[in-house]
Ligand binder design. Structure first.
Ligand SMILES: Cc1ncc(COP(=O)(O)O)c(C=O)c1O
Length: 357
C-alpha cells in the first residue's frame, strides 16, 4: 500500500553488514550467532537474516521466529535461545533441525523419551550468576549424565549469559570463572559473549559469540564503539508550524510553557509509532542537521518541537530524524531513561520499514 503518512524507519542494510564485520574484528576466531529475535530487534527479521547470511547462525527467542526463517528458505543453524516451551515443540524443532537451549530439568525430561538418528544440537545453559535461566553449577554433573543417556546422538554446546558485561568488570569475570569451572571437563563448544562482552572481554569470546545490539549499530556499553553504524533511522516530517507567545503552552497537560516567543513544529510521529511517550522536554530531535528540543507531551500520532533557533529555515514537510543517522538511538534512550534495545524493538507495525539505497 502506498504510504501517505510520512513516518518511516529507514533500514540501512549495508550498515548491518559493516557491523557484522566489526564483530568479526573483535572476535576473529569465534563463530558468530547473530541474535535476530524480536523481529530482528525491530528491523524486520527476514531482511536482517537475508543481510547476515555470512553469520554462522541465528539466535531467536521462539520457534515461531525460527519456522518463519525456515519457511523463507534460510538453511542456517537457528538456535532457540529459551529452548522449548512445551513437549509438543520437540518434534517440530527436530523436523526443522533447530538447535535449542536446554535450561531446565523439565526440558531434559521431554528429551528423554525422544529418539532420533540425526544428531541433535543442544545448548546446555549454565546459570553463572544471572539467575534467570540455566542449571546451577552443582547440578551440572547430573545434567551431563542425563544428556549422555539420551537415545540419540547429541552435539553438545555449553553456554551462559552475562548479567552486567556493560557495567561490571568484577561480576563478569566472576561469571566467566564459574563457567570455566563448570564446563572444564566437558567436550563441547562454548558460548558466552553478548555485544558488551564482545567489545570489553576478549577472554570471553570462546567458540561462539552472540552479538545482538551491536549488529544494529547501537551500544550496550556507555562508550560509543568506533565503526558501528546505525541501521535504523526513524524519521518523519513537519506537518504544522506555529508561533506561540511567551506564556503559552503546548500539548496535553500543558507540560511546557514558552518563556519567550517560540516557533513550534508539529511532527507526525507519536507513541502509536513507538516513539516513547515518557520522552521528557528537551529530548533531542534532528532537523536540518541540528538538534532541537522536544517540548510538551508526546501524543499518539504527533510530537511538538521547539524550532525557534531554526525559524528562518523551517518549512512544512521538512524532514525530521528521531533517531539513527546523526542522532544515536542511545542518546534518545538515555534521555528517556531506557535502552536502545527497547526503542528499536518498540517501533510499531504501522511504521513502514523502508530499505535504503
Ligand atoms: C542468550 C542471549 N545471547 C545474546 C544476546 C544478545 O545480547 P546483546 O543484544 O546485548 O548483544 C541476547 C539478548 O538479549 C540473549 O538473550
Amino acid at each position: 500500500m502506498t504510504a501517505y503518512r510520512p513516518v518511516k524507519a529507514l533500514i540501512n542494510l549495508a550498515a548491518l553488514s559493516k557491523n557484522l564485520q566489526v564483530v568479526r574484528g573483535f572476535a576473529p576466531n569465534a563463530k558468530i550467532l547473530a541474535i535476530i529475535k524480536s523481529n530482528g530487534y525491530g528491523h524486520g527479521i527476514e531482511r536482517v537474516a537475508a543481510q547476515l547470511t555470512k553469520a554462522d547462525g541465528f539466535g531467536v527467542a521462539c520457534i515461531e521466529e525460527a519456522i518463519l526463517l525456515r519457511q523463507k528458505g534460510f538453511l542456517h543453524r537457528i538456535v532457540l535461545l529459551e529452548g522449548l516451551f512445551s513437549e509438543a515443540e520437540l518434534a517440530v524443532a527436530m523436523h526443522h533441525r533447530f538447535d535449542f537451549v536446554v535450561h531446565s530439568s523439565l526440558q531434559l525430561e521431554w528429551l528423554s523419551s525422544a529418539q532420533s538418528k540425526v544428531p541433535l544440537n543442544i545448548w546446555l545453559k549454565v546459570d553463572t550468576g544471572m539467575h534467570r535461566l540455566g542449571f546451577l553449577p552443582e547440578q551440572f554433573p547430573e545434567v551431563i549424565k542425563s544428556v549422555h543417556q539420551l537415545a540419540m546422538p547429541i552435539q553438545l554446546y555449553c553456554m551462559s549469559h552475562f548479567a552486567s558485561a556493560d557495567e561490571s568488570y568484577d561480576f563478569t569475570q566472576q561469571q566467566l570463572n564459574v563457567f570455566h569451572q563448570t564446563t572444564a571437563e566437558i567436550a563441547c563448544a562454548k558460548s558466552l559473549a553478548n555485544s558488551a562482552a564482545i567489545q570489553r572481554f576478549p577472554e570471553s569470546h570462546l567458540d561462539w559469540v552472540r552479538p545482538g545490539i551491536m549488529l544494529y549499530g547501537a551500544c550496550a556499553t556507555s562508550d560509543r564503539v568506533a565503526g558501528l553504524h546505525p541501521v535504523m533511522t526513524l524519521m518523519s516530517q513537519v506537518i504544522a508550524l506555529k508561533w506561540l507567545d511567551a506564556g503559552e503552552t503546548v500539548g496535553y497537560g500543558q507540560t511546557w510553557r514558552a518563556s519567550q516567543k517560540a516557533l513550534i513544529a508539529v511532527v507526525a510521529i507519536g507513541y502509536g509509532d513507538g516513539y516513547p511517550r515518557h520522552a521528557p522536554n528537551g529530548t533531542p530531535v534532528l532537523i536540518h542537521g541540528q538538534q532541537v528540543p522536544l517540548v510538551g507531551r508526546v501524543s499518539m500520532d504527533m510530537i511538538t518541537v521547539d524550532v525557534t533557533k531554526l525559524a528562518g529555515q523551517m518549512r512544512m514537510g521538512d524532514e525530521v530524524i528521531l533517531w539513527g543517522k546523526g542522532l544515536s538511538v542511545d542518546v534518545i534512550a538515555q534521555a528517556c531513561g531506557t535502552i536502545g534495545y527497547e526503542l528499536l524493538c518498540g517501533v510499531t507495525q504501522r511504521v513502514p520499514r523502508v530499505e535504503e539505497g
